[in-house]
Design a protein around this ligand. Structure first.
Ligand code: ATP
Length: 827
């Protein structure tokens, strides 16, 4: 169980995040320490430090009191008496079992229900929930828990979840009510639901779901059936400033007596009071009643005020701060103003049960409504089809944003494959392709960089962006939503008008604590699938993961110790033992019939390894046409076929190569858990996944006694939390028989010294980490710089490739000249 596994830190135990879903100010009990925002600190145990002593907490903090409370020896005697009274097993016995030491706190004071053995979960009073995955009720319990809590860690037998304010917000967003959450939790729980947990759930869910953000005719409205809530929101100066007051905002006076009465209450005119907002221009004129609504039932009255488009994000943030997170719902069936898109899933398309389940959370509001939010599915589980099905359901113009041009191609291809979209209805907007769709409604696929670029733009790009900003999009699909920096999102979301936003990702983790931003920028997490479950059911491949520790040769290690970080990284990747491990594995796995991808973030190493072994490679600077040839040969679409391909991080995401069954990582982006998971995704879609006993193979080569060891430990955490296990091969002798080693490259000292000399001649900072890479593959980690003579050669190659790419694009453009012309003419 990982202490870092839970992404959202606003919870019962963690310190308040930067943007917090605070608890309502009305507190049920002054002793509810968690509601004060600084309560018990995060637990100290995790997978990486199982069994280690828990560091003593600092004096004076809440943790210290709890620590003291539970380590007081006299307490155990007292507890034993209590135990006997309530009939639970001896705590000392419990302490001796194999799992109790994993928990930094003693939960044994929670009284078990008499039939606890038949129930699947433990609910702890700090909001942690432990699920016995072997229980017959585990599947039902898991479905429920995934809706109301954050999954923290899901190894084979025991799963850990965490109730947080965000997770409860998400539960309410998909229609769960307070009493349902409490009842079902109580039913599944082995212990009586702790009062603190009850109160936390009540406080979190009471305020949520009361206010909506609605886009109508390209204008944004804050809507609620609770006028007093709108009034409270408008008492916030920043929200009040964001409000748009128009001359025609007179609706409150134009309805029957009930709405008028209500409006007067809202305006604070009843009983002559001002209601805390004296200036009628500030409030009264903008609370409007939705004319379309049935006015028979008071609770059905919808009141609203308009806000400035550019201020939407600010207002959302303030609403979260005031405990009224805005729910974004789009009534697409009744939207007669936005043109319809004639599109459906093609008859051959069958979506899988988990894809359907995730979409039911998005469209579960009933009556043709779509909620904004994030769907989390493992890599290779088919997020693209989920997005396409959402577009086919909403049937309005759809804008898809991806991280790079490769993904744009893939999305466009998948739309054609899975849906009835016609040529002309779908358009790509990239550096090479800039055209609108034909007709009133359609699909545009582009990249975050194209849409958000704020620097100098070509005339065509500027025109295209202008047009995109005038379209009222029914659906905005944000692919790989976790990698995009918040400022890029902000730029996109303040210019593009979309009724619904659907974020898609496999790994809702970042290394830079920006994950909470997604909650107010896009919406709550609507669904998260279980990797192991999908692997068991054959939707993604089972994987055998192995980490191989490669000792550094003495020359390399000496140089390593004397070098600066950039050079150290390069030396770790170029370690001759690592090279040999890679070469040996390739030989072995090719002989076994595997198709292999070798990943290296470091472009210098990519180039060296691939050329030395005579294998093809692709990096950011590889021309589009060349990429296509290499990938086609790898897929086996051509007579000449490749069994191994070397890829830089351009291949981390979206690359759909179902032929790939083996992956070798030689260099990575520091400790990025996300990259590790995304790379694994390349072999999860293996076509052979349902063959008897088949497992894809995932090898990570780590240079011993270097920084790579620590980075690797960190990278693995996300996948370990999903239930994956890594085998460790601690030295090369275990992998390569001595007689084989001499047959590999770099086995002689002379070759090794030559390589070392080559590395020495590179500039001090040389790392090759970012060389020629597309910036679309956005990173959540800092990027090092690259220099040196080899680097210059590669840079020149990248420039050549870029020139070639432009020429290819020009040639392509010529063949479509008439269309291009009509676009320029604005037709
Ligand atoms: N319902 C389905 N029926 C058949 N094949 C499917 C289905 N859903 C997805 N696939 C196939 O599964 C593979 C993976 O899909 P996709 O590329 O959308 O995965 P992804 O979740 O976006 O992965 P990544 O996170 O790596 O980008 C593709 O080959 C896709 O065609």
């Amino acid at each position: 169980m990982s202490k870092k596994g839970n992404m959202l830190t606003s919870d019962l135990t963690a310190p308040a995040p930067k943007i917090t879903l605070r608890m309502p100010t009305k507190r049920s009990s002054p002793e509810d320490t968690y509601v004060n925002g600084n309560a018990i600190k995060k637990r100290k145990s995790d997978i990486a430090n199982q069994g280690q002593a828990i560091p003593a907490p600092e004096e004076g903090d809440e943790n210290a009191r709890i620590h003291e409370h539970y380590t007081d020896p006299s307490r155990f005697a007292k507890l034993r008496v209590e135990d006997e009274q309530i009939g639970i097993e001896s705590r000392e016995n419990i302490q001796k079992d194999t799992v109790t030491h994993l928990f930094s706190q003693d939960y044994t004071f929670l009284a078990q229900k008499p039939d606890h053995r038949t129930r699947p979960i433990w609910v702890c009073d700090d909001g942690r929930i432990i699920l016995e995955a072997f229980s017959p009720l585990a599947t039902q319990a898991q479905d429920f828990l995934i809706t109301i809590a954050e999954p923290v860690s899901r190894p084979a037998r025991v799963h850990e979840f965490k109730l947080t304010a965000y997770s409860l917000y998400a539960a309410v967003s998909v229609g769960m009510e307070t009493h349902t959450i409490l009842d079902v939790l109580e039913r599944f729980s082995k212990v009586k639901l702790p009062e603190r947990v009850r109160n936390f759930i009540k406080e979190c869910t009471m305020a949520y779901g009361k206010v909506k953000l609605v886009l109508k005719d390209n204008r944004y409205f804050i809507e609620s059936t609770y006028p007093e809530v709108l009034k409270r929101l408008l008492s916030n100066l920043d929200i009040a400033k964001a409000r748009v007051v128009r001359e025609d905002d007179n609706a409150i006076l134009s309805f029957g007596s009930k709405p008028k009465e209500l409006a007067e209450q809202v305006n604070g005119k009843t009983n002559g009071t001002s209601g805390g907002n004296d200036n009628p221009d500030n409030f009264g004129a903008v609370i409007t009643l939705d004319e379309d609504e049935d006015i028979d039932d008071e609770s059905e009255f919808v009141h609203s005020f308009e806000i400035e488009k550019s201020q939407v994000e600010e207002v959302k943030k303030h609403c979260i701060g005031m405990d009224y997170p805005l729910m974004e719902e789009y009534d697409f069936r009744h939207d007669a103003l936005t043109p319809n898109l004639d599109i459906d899933l093609s008859p051959k398309t069958t979506i899988r049960d988990y894809q359907e389940k995730s979409l039911s959370k998005m469209f579960g509001g009933g009556g043709g409504r779509a909620r904004s939010g994030i769907i989390v599915l493992p890599t290779g589980a088919g997020k693209t089809l989920v997005g396409i099905t959402a577009a086919c359901t909403v049937k309005k113009s759809t804008l898809v944003l991806c991280t790079n041009a490769l993904s744009v191609e893939q999305w466009a291809r998948e739309f054609r494959n899975w849906s009835t979209v016609k040529e002309g209805q779908i358009a790509k907007f990239t550096a090479d392709d800039k055209k609108k769709f034909v007709g009133d409604a359609g699909i545009v696929v582009s990249t975050y960089t194209m849409i958000s670029h704020s620097g100098k733009r070509s005339w065509e790009t500027a025109r295209m962006i202008e047009w995109i900003n005038t379209v009222e999009w029914g659906l905005l699909i944000l692919d790989e939503v976790h990698v995009v920096p918040a400022n890029v999102f902000r730029r996109v979301l303040t210019t593009v008008s979309a009724h619904t936003k659907l974020g898609l990702t496999a790994t809702l983790v970042r290394e830079d604590d920006k994950i909470e931003d997604l909650n107010f920028l896009i919406g709550p997490k609507l669904y998260e699938a279980n990797w192991m479950d999908l692997a068991q059911r054959g939707h993604i491949a089972k994987v055998e993961a192995t980490e191989i520790w490669c000792g550094m040769t003495s020359d390399f290690y000496q140089e390593y110790l004397e070098s600066r970080p950039g050079k150290r990284r390069l030396l770790s990747v170029m370690n001759p033992s690592k090279f040999q491990a890679c070469e040996y594995l390739i030989k072995q796995r090719e002989a076994a019939g595997d198709k292999i991808i070798v990943f290296s973030d470091n472009v210098f190493a990519l180039d060296y390894y691939a050329k030395k072994m005579g294998k093809p490679f692709i990096y950011g600077g590889t021309a589009h046409s060349e990429r296509q040839v290499v990938l086609a040969r790898f897929r086996g679409d051509t007579p000449q076929s490749y069994q191994t391909v070397f890829l830089s991080k351009v291949g981390d995401t979206s690359l759909d190569l179902p032929e790939a069954t083996c992956l070798i990582q030689i260099s990575s982006q520091f400790g990025s858990r996300r990259q590790e998971a995304q790379r694994m995704g390349r072999i999860l879609r293996a076509k052979r996944r349902n063959e008897e006993g088949f497992r894809s193979r995932f090898y990570t080569l780590v240079s011993r006694d270097t920084d790579e060891v620590q980075f690797s430990a960190k990278r693995k955490r996300f996948l370990i939390d999903q239930g994956y296990e890594y085998k460790v091969v601690a030295n090369l002798e275990q992998l390569i028989p001595p007689e084989e080693r001499g047959k590999l490259h770099l086995s002689s000292r002379r070759e090794q010294v030559e390589l070392l000399e080559q590395i020495r001649s590179l500039s001090v900072d040389a790392s090759g980490d970012t060389m020629g890479e597309e910036d679309g593959s956005a990173s959540d980690l800092p990027r090092p710089r690259f220099g040196g003579s080899k680097a210059k050669k590669l840079e020149e190659a990248a420039r050549r490739a870029e020139r070639q790419r432009k020429e290819e694009a020009k040639a392509k453009e010529k063949t479509k000249h008439s269309l291009f012309k009509s676009w320029r003419a604005g037709k």
